[in-house]
Design a protein around this ligand. Structure first.
Ligand code: ADP
Length: 388
């Protein structure tokens, strides 16, 4: 036999199964002279036993054997968990294509024809061992990935649960605080009206502070309630006409619009799959901010929508004070504000609420702005809707 060095063969065990002892000896010696450990078995039954016992890295299996032939031996090896994954190469004098196909059908990975060529046998063994090592590596990586996926899914589930619990807590807490707070605010107001000028000047001022504080607390609680409602009081999506939703938002903002002389216009707006009440809230917040954070000029706000890829992309553009780029992300975080309460009133919940609404609809929201040219708030809603 011709020889060929196979570098990765050092400690690999090959089981040779053949009914003719001289074949076993020749092939065994050849493999051992190239660094393999050769184990032999005379016939199919013995081959299966040895395979179980030794767990070789590869099996060279003769096809034509008395009793249990090579095909049947292979079938049985492949039926057992312990030997299923050991690659089998048939040794066969058969040249018939049907026999070769049969070999692959019962689970072999390759075959060599008799009389054997030593170099070819080594090359084919080397290739199959490399493939097997790669397959095992892949299997291990897959198993690791599967474990990671399961672990991540568990973390996500736990997160979802605690998020839902938190949302419910925020909802219940703010809901239950509304009533006592309403009492405090209305009685304070009563005191303010009835006793104005009757106590001393300090008292008038203190009562004023208290009324102001109670009012702010009411706004905060209402905003928090709206925020937690996005998850807890969500309504199913239905076809929603954005033009009608914008009209509702404008009506709700009429006081601010009249006070500032703001003009709000829009281009053609689509019908989208959405929770109409939440979409109205979204527009109301964006339009409200566009008016609140106005510059020296009369506020001009323009709403546009256009299909971009798989989404409708909306833009709410204003001519207000603008936002510096370093705050583009921060303003969407709960309670984050760039201005003091005295400059511009607010709770810092509005844009966090907008983000939550947009994300529930399967979209994203971001801002583009420069200090001098106002801001453009953009958000997407999928053209085909989202399961919500
Ligand atoms: P709030 O309006 O209650 O302060 P928001 O979450 O709505 O809270 O907004 C967060 C911050 O983002 C605001 O305090 C403001 O600094 C900035 N901002 C939002 N909208 C605009 C806008 N149209 N123009 C300029 N700044 C804005």
């Amino acid at each position: 036999m011709r020889s060929l060095e196979v570098p990765e063969s050092r400690t690999k065990t090959v089981l040779i199964v053949d009914d003719i002892p001289s074949n076993l000896e020749v092939v065994g010696r050849h493999l051992e002279s190239h660094g393999y450990r050769a184990v032999v078995a005379q016939g199919g039954e013995e081959g299966i036993e040895r395979a179980e016992l030794v767990r070789p890295n590869l099996i060279l299996l003769d096809v034509l054997m008395p009793g249990v032939d090579g095909f049947e031996t292979c079938r049985r090896l492949k039926a057992r968990d312990s030997t299923r994954d050991i690659p089998v190469i048939f040794m066969s004098a058969l040249t018939d294509t049907a026999d070769k196909i049969m070999g692959f059908e019962v689970g072999a990975v390759d075959y060599v024809t008799k009389p054997l060529d030593g170099a070819e046998v080594l090359a084919r063994i080397g290739t199959q061992l490399t493939l097997d090592a790669l397959r095992q590596q892949l299997q291990q990586q897959n198993a690791r990935l599967q474990q990671e996926i399961v672990a991540r899914e568990q973390i996500q589930l736990a997160l979802q649960r605690s998020n839902t619990e938190l949302e419910q807590l925020a909802y219940v807490a703010s809901h239950d605080m509304q009533e006592p707070l309403r009492m405090v605010a209305s009685y304070l107001q009563l005191v303010a009206e009835r006793y104005r000028g009757k106590l001393d000047a300090d008292a008038d001022e203190f009562i004023g502070f208290a009324v102001d504080g109670a009012k702010r607390m009411q706004t905060l609680i209402n905003d928090l309630l709206a925020y937690s409602r996005v998850g807890t009081k969500a309504r199913p999506f239905a076809p929603t006409d954005c033009a009608a939703v914008v009209a509702t938002a404008i009506t709700d903002l009429r006081v601010a619009i009249n006070e500032t002389g703001a003009s709000i216009t829009h281009g053609p707006l689509p019908v989208v799959m959405a929770d109409a009440a939440q979409l109205a809230h979204l527009f109301q917040n964006l339009l409200g901010n566009a008016i609140k954070f106005r510059g020296a000029e009369r506020p001009r706000v323009r709403i546009e929508a256009e299909p971009v890829g798989a989404d409708w992309c909306f833009a709410v553009r204003d001519n207000g004070i603008g936002i510096a780029p370093e705050y583009f992300e921060r303003i969407f975080v709960l309670f984050q504000r760039l201005h003091g309460r005295r400059e511009y009133p607010g709770t810092g919940i509005g844009l966090a609420l907008c983000k939550k609404i947009v994300e529930r609809h399967g979209g994203r929201i971001w801002v583009e702005s420069s200090r001098s040219a106002g801001s453009v708030f953009r958000f997407t809603i999928p053209l085909r809707g989202h399961e919500g």
